[in-house]
Design a protein around this ligand. Structure first.
Ligand code: HEC
Ligand code: HEC
Length: 356
């Protein structure tokens, strides 16, 4: 199986359990609001912005629009945060996938997100929306592809062909977003531009991109021990040519791996992302780890420390900035990030998700 395919299958093989969303009234007290806010600032603001406005990094969407909150609360918000999205910087955060948050933390976060904007849930119809997918494809290419990508892979707009997204977004959810847009964001309302039937056809086209995979529980790997952080401790130091004094090309890192050089690679994505796939030898060092603990087991003796993330700099920059502030000398960020790394066919270790 080729690596990209393996990557997608491994990522898709999640336990897709539904939480109990019974009592989700929006009446959090001040303590809960403060707890949620601090979780949000620690784990989410890096990309979604301190004020939840979005677009701080990696085209992360706004988490404030009424259009999103009223239709995504509770299930879509829960799923997006728990499982993430396959080929984007949005990783899963629930502990079952190796992420840092318990189900109860995510439930608190989604209630906080909705309560901050005084949003109330709209009950959308669950029925499939019939439409002509072929006709929808043409309309999609003309009206949507410039932001969402020819293949729905996402550019400045969300990845609509993402398998985790499609596994939880209903047809009515998609249609609502297209008809109403997402207020305060580049996603405009198409109510005046497209007829109702056109929109149904576009929804049918987007739906036709879902592969319909079935849920499988992931098997979590052990995190490496501190004694394993430095690869090839008796090897020589690698030679890296940094762009802007910071970014190292993926090819140079691949060569250093192949030549058994002495260095450390840090995976700065959430633990769940490391569990699914990582560069061989990479140590999980999520961007949200307490600053006081980042350097805990990292030698400050000139050993090269290379960080990477998904898309491709926000999380890794924040960890490297911290190490540099502590005086670490030889540090860099993999310029391309791991998504490009995989597309380039460079080596990765896939997680232990059971693949059929
Ligand atoms: C490294 C950047 C990054 C971090 C950190 C991050 N996100 Fe995201 N998030 C994204 C991106 C990018 C998307 C859109 C993915 C796509 O294109 O499909 C997204 C999508 C989402 C969505 C779906 C929104 C929609 O419009 O469908 C929600 C909800 C969300 N994130 C919540 C969170 C929460 C809560 C946290 C913290 C626990 C978080 N994110 C952390 C980058 C990030
Ligand atoms: C100008 C760029 C642009 C165009 C054109 C555009 N979109 Fe969007 N779309 C976005 C952005 C950006 C978002 C995320 C908005 C946010 O919440 O911050 C989005 C969000 C969405 C969402 C919600 C996704 C989610 O995770 O909840 C859907 C569905 C969607 N767009 C469908 C479409 C369709 C279908 C078309 C064509 C008819 C289209 N969009 C055209 C930029 C665009």
């Amino acid at each position: 199986m080729n690596r990209v395919l393996l990557f997608i299958v491994a990522l898709a093989a999640f336990a897709f359990t539904k939480p109990c969303l019974a009592d989700l009234s929006l009446t959090l007290n001040n303590d809960d609001m403060a707890k949620a806010e601090s979780m949000y600032q620690r784990y989410c603001s890096l990309c979604h912005g301190v004020q939840r406005e979005g677009y701080k990094a990696d085209h992360a969407p706004s988490l404030r629009s009424q259009s999103l909150l009223s239709t995504a609360f509770p299930q879509m918000l829960f799923d997006s945060i728990a499982w993430g999205r396959v080929n984007s910087a949005m990783d899963g955060y629930i502990d079952e996938t190796g992420g840092p948050l318990a189900e109860s933390d995510i439930l608190l976060l989604i209630r906080w997100l909705a309560q901050k904007e005084n949003s109330s849930a709209i009950d959308l119809n669950q029925d499939p929306i019939p439409g002509n997918a072929l006709r929808g494809k043409k309309l999609y290419s003309k009206n949507c592809a410039s932001c969402h990508g020819n293949e729905g892979q996402g550019i400045t707009g969300t990845a609509l062909a993402d398998q985790l997204f499609l596994a939880s977004a209903t047809d009515s959810y998609l249609k609502y977003a297209i008809v109403n847009g997402r207020d305060g964001t580049p996603m405009q309302s198409f109510a005046g531009t497209l007829q109702d039937e056109d929109i149904n056809d576009v929804v049918a086209y987007i739906r036709s991109q879902a592969s319909g995979w079935s849920p499988q529980p992931p098997e979590l790997a052990q995190w490496p021990d501190a004694s394993e952080y430095v690869m090839n401790p008796n090897g020589e130091a690698p030679q890296f040519n940094l762009r802007e004094g910071r970014y190292v090309p993926a090819r140079e890192v691949e060569k250093a791996l192949k030549d058994n050089k002495k260095f450390i690679i840090l995976d700065t994505r959430p633990g769940s992302a490391w569990q699914r796939i990582h560069i061989p030898g990479a140590v999980p060092m999520p961007y949200y780890r307490d600053k006081s603990r980042i350097a805990e087991n990292l030698p400050n003796d000139g050993t090269w420390i290379i960080a990477y993330c998904a898309c491709p700099h926000a999380a890794s920059d924040s960890v490297i900035n911290h190490l540099r502030s502590l005086g670490y000398q030889n540090t860099a960020v993999i310029d391309e990030g791991i998504i490009k790394w995989i597309e380039m066919g460079l080596p990765v270790v896939a997680g232990k998700n059971k693949v059929n």
